[in-house]
Design a binder for this molecule. Structure first.
Ligand SMILES: *Cc1c(COP(=O)(O)O)cnc(C)c1O
Length: 383
């Protein structure tokens, strides 16, 4: 089955009792059991719920995986993966991963005796040199946030396999429509379904997709034991969102390609980071592992000041100044003071997050309107 058909149909059957085409919201915590020890496949909604089960089948299909699990947030999904580890285990991860993941790793799991190595995952030799007898997991995110760096999934996964490490890819920015880590050999694909999968900025949810039977059993056990499950209503919303995933991502990619070129040619703009641009450092690898180049763009200003970024962000109209991404509406965010505020200024500058760096999540509005909005805001920016 091709992606568009999967997005609309995979895992979804008409409701057997009524024929309802849309999966009902089974707003129930428990299920009547006909006799002791017998049930109709459901006992208690923390363990499983029909609305969630349908969504999980859809999740699995999107990533070509055998198993999928839905969580109450992306962070809950990541937390579940970390619970596979024990004290003294070591994790190798990218140095520019999502800020919330960094916080979870350093503030919660390092306290519990797990060690994290944050390294440049574009450098295979560095990965190789970091691996030791305690290494258990490799965690990558590609494209990364906010500079959209690209990590070669196939190469990284091969290193993980050779060294018996669990490989996990945070696939949130790319979406399962553009990139499939499991197909490239990764053990686990992780998503913040809050972003493109939900797609309408109205729900917080996470997902894990994987093939391995034993790993799936462990993850299910952690999920039902710890209980970070999404509500049936939220599952319904994400099921609904997924039906248009390919259409929304196509529209975002189309808009982003035009907007990246527009920004690149703008006299007040210094650097433009868009995976689809040929001069982007990771463009070649992206071309190999992604179907299209996504809807995320970052750029900074020639007159690189906080004040100038603030002017731009005050003058945008259609773009909303907000954290998050991946919805139908376009958003702008200011990494230096929002998503990456916790990074010391020298470190921020060193990795390229300048004082005027702005990250755009390009939505599905009309391209001309979006470009006009950016142009008007840029006109107010000081030279
Ligand atoms: C948002 C996000 C997360 C965290 O997901 P939540 O749903 O907000 O808990 C993790 N990784 C990436 C890349 C994200 O953008």
């Amino acid at each position: 089955m091709k992606f568009a058909t999967k997005a609309i149909h995979a895992g979804i059957e008409p409701d057997p009792s009524t024929g309802a085409i849309m999966t009902p919201i089974f707003q129930t915590s428990t299920f009547a059991q006909p006799s002791v020890g017998k049930n109709k496949g459901f006992e208690y909604a923390r363990s499983s719920n029909p609305t969630r089960q349908t969504l999980e089948k859809s999740f699995a299909a999107l990533e070509n995986a055998k198993h999928a699990f839905a969580f109450s947030s992306g962070m809950a999904a990541t937390d579940t993966v970390m619970k596979l580890l024990k004290p003294n285990d070591e994790v190798i991860c990218g140095q520019d991963i999502y800020g919330g993941s960094y916080r979870l790793f350093v503030k919660i799991y390092e306290e519990m005796g797990i060690k994290f190595h944050f390294i440049d995952m574009q450098d295979e030799e560095k990965i190789q040199n970091t691996i030791n007898k305690n290494s258990k997991m490799i965690w990558i995110e590609t494209p990364s946030n906010p500079l959209l760096q690209i990590i070669d999934i196939k190469k990284t996964v091969d290193i993980a396999k050779k060294n018996n490490l669990i490989s996990v890819v945070d696939n949130t920015f790319a979406t399962p429509y553009l990139q499939n880590p499991i197909t490239m050999g990764a053990d686990i694909a992780m998503h913040s379904a809050t972003k493109y999968l939900g797609g309408h900025s109205d729900v917080v949810m996470g997902a894990l997709m994987l093939n391995d039977e034993k790993l799936a059993e462990k993850i299910y056990f952690i999920q039902k034991s710890c209980g970070a499950v999404p509500s049936p209503f939220d599952c319904f919303l994400v099921l609904r969102g997924i039906k248009t995933l390919h259409l929304r991502v196509d529209a975002s990619c189309r808009n982003a390609t035009k907007i990246a070129t527009f920004l690149m040619n703008h006299e007040k703009v210094k650097n433009v980071y868009y995976v689809g641009l040929e001069q982007h450092k990771g463009h070649k690898i992206a071309k190999k592992q992604m179907k299209k180049f996504g809807g995320m763009i970052s750029f900074d200003l020639k007159n690189d000041t906080k004040e100038n970024a603030a002017i731009f962000l005050e003058k945008i109209n259609i773009f909303a100044l907000a954290e998050s991404l991946g919805g139908v509406e376009s958003l702008a965010c200011y990494p230096a003071m929002m998503t990456h505020a916790s990074i010391p200024i020298e470190k921020r500058h060193e990795i390229g997050i300048t004082d005027s760096l702005i990250r755009l999540s390009i939505g599905c509005e009309d391209t001309d309107d979006l470009m006009q909005d950016l142009e008007e805001a840029l006109q107010n920016v000081k030279v």
